[in-house]
Design a protein around this ligand. Structure first.
Ligand code: SF4
Ligand code: SF4
Length: 472
């Protein structure tokens, strides 16, 4: 029985409710008066429920699709402005006791190199990341209580925050580790993590159980209820995601919205971010084995409809996607991207020899961070290295209320300019620096609040004079 307030996974992600939603969406896909009503509601920035969003996703009429895309662009601009936040993944360990069929780290894969970074190696990796200009990391590990226990993750976070090298600093560490206990989530919270990220992979219980034949992750309920445990432990910024291509995308699209509705219903706070990865080629993994692959056009539609359905949630796209695909979805609602990424354990300080492959997936966008920053500016986006919100205590419902009232842009825009300025001085190529300085000068007059504008100009001058780390 569907109950968004239930704490039991199969009740807040109810299969019957998803099937009925998909049938309702199919029946109404050309019901234009209804679609107009849904678009009107979405335009108020209040978001949509999973049934309304499913109707938009099902709609195939070209004129209405254009309306959906236009609304997604408008909402993105209103809520977040034109900044795009940069981050990089850092793989600490690829030991894993699970048997996920789509991931090369699965336990029985014997021809992948298994590695766990020592604290000294982490320092080398982080120095390399700081020298690229990164300020925000997403830590990634496989699940292995013996080779990668929680204490190792906690020690690594402490190491990372402690590294001060030249003008560099990692100011926000997000963590993507396996579903765990309330007690362990509490420890992560105390270690000062930003967002706790956990992908559901698929919300379809039957597919989930097929895709996860063994290991702790094979427990659908335990995995699906992980965000509840994280929130109970005080982590109020959580990041959801599904791996598109594993299951029917429409099912998972409805599932992720129901998950967001559940978190809102129980904790008053939806997901801080939603990630939209697609299955990629990797060692021992052929994406063609998964016959639910989605086209670029469908992918764009998913991003746009998510944007209008959950306007308060940041949306993340990684280097799994090509430059071309990333370009297409940036406008439609993406607010965070990775750049210059390595998906192997220890790939930043030193290029990994081919025979030692430890990567989780092949990267489609191989450009350097400087190239990505330069390209973003060509597209009219302000690359941002901002980490201000959680450091200012703007997490959970405090953050959400600022987004929902369209106030967050007043912080995002000046913070983007100030962190971009730091990047330009400390790390950028001459061409990127010149382009960035121009962008900063052109954007300053557009800061609406006079006091914020004046302070931004002062802080930019301070940054040019050698000071760092200003934020609103
Ligand atoms: S997806 Fe995660 S849990 Fe599954 S095999 Fe890969 S690293 Fe392990
Ligand atoms: S001000 Fe907050 S929401 Fe905006 S970019 Fe910075 S951390 Fe993100």
């Amino acid at each position: 029985m569907y109950n968004p307030k239930s704490k039991i996974a199969t009740e807040f992600i109810d299969d019957t409710e998803i099937q009925e939603t998909l049938a309702y969406a199919a029946e109404n896909k050309a019901n234009f008066p209804l679609i107009d009503q849904i678009l009107e509601k979405a335009a108020t920035l209040k978001g949509l429920n999973h049934r309304e969003a499913a109707v938009l996703l099902e709609c195939e009429d070209p004129a209405y699709l254009e309306k959906i895309y236009a609304l997604a662009r408008e909402i993105k601009e209103k809520n977040y402005g034109n900044r795009i936040v940069m981050f990089a993944p850092l793989y600490l360990s690829n030991y894993c006791v699970n048997e996920c069929r789509y991931c090369p780290y699965h336990h029985h894969n014997k021809h992948i190199a298994r590695k766990q970074l020592t604290q000294e190696e982490i320092v080398r990796e982080v120095v390399a990341l700081q020298d690229m200009g990164h300020k925000r990391l997403a830590l990634e590990t496989g699940e292995d209580p013996v080779n990668c226990p929680i204490d190792y993750v906690l020690e690594s976070i402490k190491t990372i925050y402690g590294i001060k090298h030249k003008n560099g600093a990692i100011r926000r560490v997000n963590v993507n580790i396996a579903a765990t206990t309330v007690e362990n989530y509490r420890k992560l919270k105390e270690a000062g993590i930003g967002t706790y990220i956990l992908f559901q992979e698929t919300y379809n219980k039957k597919s989930y159980e097929y895709l996860h034949p063994a290991g702790p992750k094979s427990n659908y309920n335990y995995h699906t209820e992980a965000m509840d445990r994280a929130m109970e432990a005080g982590i109020d910024d959580v990041g959801c995601g599904v791996l598109f291509g594993l299951n029917l995308y429409k099912y998972d699209f409805v599932g992720i919205l129901m998950h967001a509705e559940h978190l809102e219903a129980v904790f008053g706070v939806g997901p801080h971010t939603i990630s939209v990865p697609r299955v990629r080629t990797a060692d021992d993994i052929d994406p063609d084995e998964f016959n639910n692959a989605i086209s670029d056009e469908t992918f764009q539609k998913i991003v746009a409809v998510l944007r209008v359905a959950v306007p308060y949630t940041g949306m993340i796209i990684s280097t799994r996607e090509s430059k071309r695909t990333r370009e297409k979805v940036l406008d439609l609602g993406i607010s965070q991207i990775s750049g210059g990424s390595r998906t192997s354990v220890g790939g930043y300080a030193e290029e990994e020899p081919e025979e030692e492959n430890s990567a989780q997936f092949d990267i489609s966008d191989n450009r350097t961070l400087d190239q990505v920053v330069n390209w973003l500016m060509d597209l009219g986006h302000i690359p941002s290295f901002c980490t201000a919100c959680y450091r200012e205590g703007r997490t959970g419902d405090r953050f959400m209320s600022l987004v929902k009232s369209q106030q967050i842009g007043n912080c995002c825009q000046p913070n983007a300019l100030m962190t971009l300025k730091e990047y330009l001085i400390d790390y950028a190529s001459p061409e990127t620096r010149e382009k960035g300085e121009r962008m900063i000068q052109e954007t300053i007059p557009k800061i609406p609040n006079e006091k914020v504008r004046r302070l931004t100009v002062e802080h930019l001058a301070d940054i040019a004079g050698g000071k760092r780390d200003f934020r609103f």
